[in-house]
Ligand binder design. Sequence first.
Ligand code: FE2
Length: 171
Amino acid sequence: MTDTTIAPNAETVKQDTTSIWGADVASGVAQFLQPLVVNLTALSVDGKQAHWHVRGQNFIGLHELLDVYVDHVREWADMVAERTVALGLPVDGRIQTVASSTTTPTLTEGFTSTSDTVAHVVSQIDATLEILHKGITDLDDIDLSSQDVLIEIERGLVKDRWMLFAHIAQA
Ligand SMILES: [Fe+2]
């Protein structure tokens, strides 16, 4: 039973939440969050690559929209990473780890038409939505707060997918 009469000091205060939730819960959550940090970081890096190299019809709209999208995915990577760290576990967002473990398809090198750019970026979003959907489903039994983070990101990423895909959709 916790002693509530003596406040902890820097040596005795709980170092992280694993002592509250259990180490297996935190590591269970981390297995869904780590791949998302990787993929969302990959989306932000490749989003800039697409922003720089897109050419053709609707150039300015797509060029500028890709920067908005990059801001979103960077923010979401930060949300997921900080949720992991807040639970007391490290996260691996190193560029080598991102490059070796992302599930996003590789972008075409160099200048790319607007329609191909949209198709490539949307395919990267879809690869990330697969991870998100599995995480949302499986976290239902593990940690609802982490699931909530993923649900918020899913809603935003699907909206960004729509904004991009509308450029090539058949009316
Ligand atoms: Fe720019």
